[in-house]
Design a binder for this molecule. Structure first.
Ligand SMILES: Cc1cc2nc3c(=O)[nH]c(=O)nc-3n(C[C@H](O)[C@H](O)[C@H](O)COP(=O)(O)OP(=O)(O)OC[C@H]3O[C@@H](n4cnc5c(N)ncnc54)[C@H](O)[C@@H]3O)c2cc1C
Length: 508
């Protein structure tokens, strides 16, 4: 950025959950951020109604859970499903299904408040228009925006992140391909009033399609209707409540046409993923990077986790603590996660939304989910608790090597006991710094991290005995990145300095 006058360090396009989470993360890491959002005010509509277990942990790692208004414990349910085959997710260690009944609008409001308090400059009514060439090899990125007054002006920053949703203009402007499969099936969503329904929280397959119904607020029900074989509708066409009521009647036999709707919308099973999450100084996150069938409430959750992965890395590069190659780990880590998201939602679509030809598959799934290993595997996928980043630093894709089993996985939530009483792994991450857990009161371990007090907090603690002797897989020291993933774990300082250098830069 030398020699250029930047308006800010990072421009984030889009104040959806992904952009707002990223803005907070960037501020926590000390970077300046401008968020531009074309809508003058939030819509008040909520596509999502909750988030996955890993997204919930991510919010916990920033101290955000109490802001959802329900204390430290959100409404969760142990019951979940994969493609409609329902089972109890408590087979997972530390299991909890994600948070339920939290409208996406509430999540966005929590994140907007948080990012704003941290100093993010959120500009509503500002629209991203275009990107000036040179973002691939220049020392800054310049964009054209339309201001609320309708004027066009330029903004310049070190980096640009497109969090502008599935039809991302940033993605197109950066020339990033979005390969995948077109929509083959259309589905409806409506928030209806004036009717009383039977809850079908996880969705129910009936003759003719899948329906879901859940109470949203006093007198308002969210319904989703997925009629078998309905072709994908034209995205420009406005869906009417009568059309949704007709589809509901065809499948359930229930007449809701006397009611009304505060919101009617539609969606499809189009499935696509950006070929690259980074091109030069431009990055993509959230729906801008991946779209898919909303199965299991995974979209917002994945966007929030993309942001948690990218934010601290960008901030470290901006502060000068890390070099640019750290930013390549964003695509390396998150693209495979996105690909797995697309795989699992497509698989769920075939099982749950297929017509009678999928009946044998549904029968087979119902049999398979009787087995604990199968439950554990499927719950791990849709809760996002099974994510393991390949942190070996080579391109072999072999992450098994000699690394400790915790490396690349999210730090398991644990209660920790130290000189100042009890804490938790999540609480230690509230600062957005890395954390070195010194679990055996080892001066050698503490010395190793001493040169980075501004980036890595050292906590001399031990796991609560009630969590079991192997609560941390035998490790006596664990290095946790700001996004809650284990960068290194061991029983001696061997390899620790290398990991500290790689993720947090040189000591001062
Ligand atoms: C029926 C349905 C149910 C769902 N349920 C869940 C659920 O329970 N849990 C879950 O995790 N996910 C769920 N999802 C998915 C979730 O809604 C999305 O994944 C999530 O909204 C993605 O967030 P985002 O911030 O990446 O993008 P978006 O929410 O799309 O936000 C993008 C923002 O960018 C702005 N923008 C766009 N273009 C520009 C521009 N040129 N300039 C400036 N601003 C711009 C937009 O106005 C918007 O505010 C569901 C989706 C559907 C369809």
């Amino acid at each position: 950025m030398e020699g250029t006058t930047a308006d800010t360090d990072v421009i984030v396009v889009g104040a959806g959950p992904t952009g707002l989470m990223l803005a907070g993360e960037l501020r926590l890491g000390g970077a300046r951020v401008v968020v531009i959002e074309k809508l003058a005010a939030p819509t008040g509509q909520s596509r999502g109604l909750g988030f996955t277990a890993r997204a919930m942990e991510t919010f916990d790692e920033r101290g955000l859970l109490p802001r959802f208004g329900q204390g430290d414990t959100l409404a969760t349910s142990p019951m979940g499903h994969f493609g409609g085959a329902q089972f109890d997710f408590t087979v997972l260690e530390d299991a909890h299904f994600g948070a339920r009944g939290i409208p996406q609008g509430d999540t966005e409001a929590v994140l907007e408040d948080w990012a704003g308090e941290l100093g993010a400059d959120i500009r509503r009514g500002w629209e991203f228009v275009s990107l000036t060439d040179g973002f691939q090899d220049g020392d800054s990125v310049e964009i054209t925006v339309r201001t609320p007054q309708g004027e066009q002006r330029t903004l310049r920053a070190a980096h640009l992140v497109g969090c502008d949703g599935g039809s991302s203009r940033v993605r197109r402007a950066a020339g990033i391909d979005f390969p995948g499969t077109d929509a083959t099936q259309g589905m409806y969503l409506a928030d209806i009033t004036g009717v009383q329904l039977t809850p079908r929280f996880l969705g129910e397959r009936l003759n003719g399609g899948m329906v879901m119904a859940a109470p949203l607020s006093e007198g308002v029900w969210r319904i989703i209707v997925c009629p078998d074989g309905r072709p994908a509708h034209d995205r420009e066409r406005t869906v009417t409540f009568q059309e949704v009521a007709g589809a509901w009647h065809d499948i359930t036999g229930e007449d809701i046409s006397h009611g009304g709707a505060s919101w009617v919308s539609s969606f499809t099973n189009a499935t696509r993923q950006a070929a690259h999450y980074r091109r030069g100084r431009v990055f993509l996150a959230g729906d801008a990077a991946h779209i898919h069938l909303p199965a299991g409430g995974q979209g917002l959750s994945t966007g929030v986790q993309d942001a948690a992965n990218l934010g601290w890395k960008l901030a470290a590069v901006i502060r000068g603590d890390a070099d640019d190659t750290l930013l390549d780990t964003y695509h390396a880590e998150r693209h495979p996660v996105g690909a797995r998201l697309l795989m699992n939602t497509r698989a769920q679509g075939i099982v749950f939304l297929g017509g009678p030809e999928s009946d044998p598959l549904r029968e087979l799934m119902a049999e398979l989910v009787q087995y604990d290993d199968v439950k554990r595997h499927l719950a791990g996928i849709v809760s996002h608790l099974d994510i393991r980043y390949d942190l070996t630093g080579d391109d072999t894709g072999d992450d098994t090597g000699t690394a400790h089993p915790l490396v690349g996985r999210r730090m398991p939530p644990r209660t920790l006991v130290g000189a100042h009483g009890e804490t938790t792994t999540a609480r230690l991450l509230h600062t957005g710094h890395g954390v070195l857990l010194d679990l055996a009161d080892d001066a050698g371990i503490r010395r190793a991290a001493a040169g980075r007090p501004d980036r890595v907090d050292v906590a001399t603690v031990h796991a609560k005995p009630t969590d079991g002797p192997d609560a941390l897989a035998g490790a006596t020291a664990v290095l946790v990145r700001p996004d809650g993933y284990v960068a290194w774990a061991g029983t001696s300082p061997q390899g620790l300095e290398e990991a500290l250098q790689r993720w947090f830069g040189p000591a001062r």
